[in-house]
Design a protein around this ligand. Structure first.
Ligand code: SAM
Length: 329
């Protein structure tokens, strides 16, 4: 079991397998994309499996594969298959934009993937194009169908953006009437990859909830599962549920159980930090698993208290505004 220096249990790893993406969501990366990592900079699947096996042995119980877009990395199903066999791993899940996902859903189900986060900010094909700069709405909806057909739990993640998709909040909530999906609205975070300064958050979790309450006054708070990053709600008569993730307001750091590894192997103790070590470099320098474990334990013993402190430290040190595609969301 891993416990950090603030007494928080760490049992959840988000592993970003690539920085590349087939969408260009304006809040995530510039239209021309990023300076993509070279193959040598990326962790290989063997390195990912070795890191995950070690972390699972140490106490990680849940791994979520993310990106960039996981399905643009070649042979991603091979990695998933390897991870699904790790002894001690209780849950393997994915975050995807759904563009290339539908043909893989049956195999994902067979590997034991029970839950998928599908990013979808609007139910309007034109607005989808404006936000993502790609005409792929139909493929994402096909993935949603396929996931539901295979009885995979779906959480739809929608970033709420002032002036861009706030008219989608209620239609997305209405989707939960007939579909057993959890629609989670996410506060927009200052991670657009082009260094643009944050304009200040216009739609925080309180405003998002007020918007929903106006139309659905019967909405009821659910008990949130342990370590939940979302405030969860039920609307009587709806098959699905609604959640709000205060990703910018950072109300959940006190129970944070998650770490991240970026595609180039940087371990992040917090979404907002600058990275605390590079596990790929440790492996490539020939360290044994025991030595790497010591480095990891030392990193977990130096986690920042919350995302505000982590962000301050990062900006003081680097002044850099990252793209979420290099972190994994
Ligand atoms: N490509 C995959 C996808 O779209 O789900 C996984 C990676 S993506 C970076 C993970 C999540 O981060 C997505 O749900 C995306 O909407 C979210 N995200 C990216 N940039 C964000 C930002 N600036 N603020 C809030 N969420 C963001």
């Amino acid at each position: 079991m891993i416990t950090d220096n603030h007494g928080r249990r760490v049992n959840y790893l988000r592993l970003a397998v690539t920085d590349r993406c087939n969408l260009r969501c304006f809040y995530c990366m510039p239209e021309d994309g990023l300076n993509w990592l070279s193959r040598a900079e990326l962790m290989s699947y063997e390195e990912m499996l070795r890191s995950c096996a070690l972390l699972v042995k140490m106490g990680i119980e849940k791994i979520r594969i993310t990106g960039g877009e996981p399905f643009v990395r070649k042979d991603i199903m091979k990695l998933l298959s390897g991870l699904s066999k790790l002894d001690g791993l209780k849950e393997l899940s994915m975050t995807t934009n759904g563009v290339l996902t539908a043909p893989h859903v049956a195999e994902m189900k067979a590997l034991g993937i029970k839950s998928v986060n599908l990013s979808l900010d609007t139910l309007d094909a034109n607005r989808f194009f404006t936000i993502t700069r790609r005409d792929e709405f139909a493929k994402v909806m096909a993935t949603l169908d396929e996931l539901l057909k295979h009885d995979i739990e779906v959480k739809i993640n929608a970033v709420v953006m002032d002036g861009k998709n706030t008219q989608d909040i209620l239609p997305l909530v209405e989707l939960t009437k007939d579909l057993p999906v959890s629609v989670r609205f996410i506060e927009e975070m200052p991670f657009n990859g082009d260094g643009a300064s944050n304009r200040g958050l216009q739609w925080d979790y309180v405003r998002i909830l007020d918007e929903i309450k106006d139309k659905f006054p019967g909405i009821q708070k659910l008990t949130d599962p342990a370590f939940s990053t979302s405030y969860n709600y039920d609307i009587p008569g709806h098959k699905g549920s609604v959640g709000i993730i205060a990703a910018y307001s950072r109300t959940f750091c006190g129970t944070c159980n998650r770490i991240r590894i970026t595609p180039q192997g940087t371990l992040k103790n917090c979404l907002y930090d600058d990275g605390v070590l590079n596990i790929k470099d440790l492996m490539r320098s020939g360290l044994s698993d025991n030595e790497i474990e010591k480095n990891l334990l030392n990193a977990f013993n130096h986690r920042e208290k919350n995302g505000w402190v982590a962000e301050r430290m990062r900006v003081e040190k680097t002044g850099v505004h990252e793209s979420m595609a290099t972190i994994g969301g």
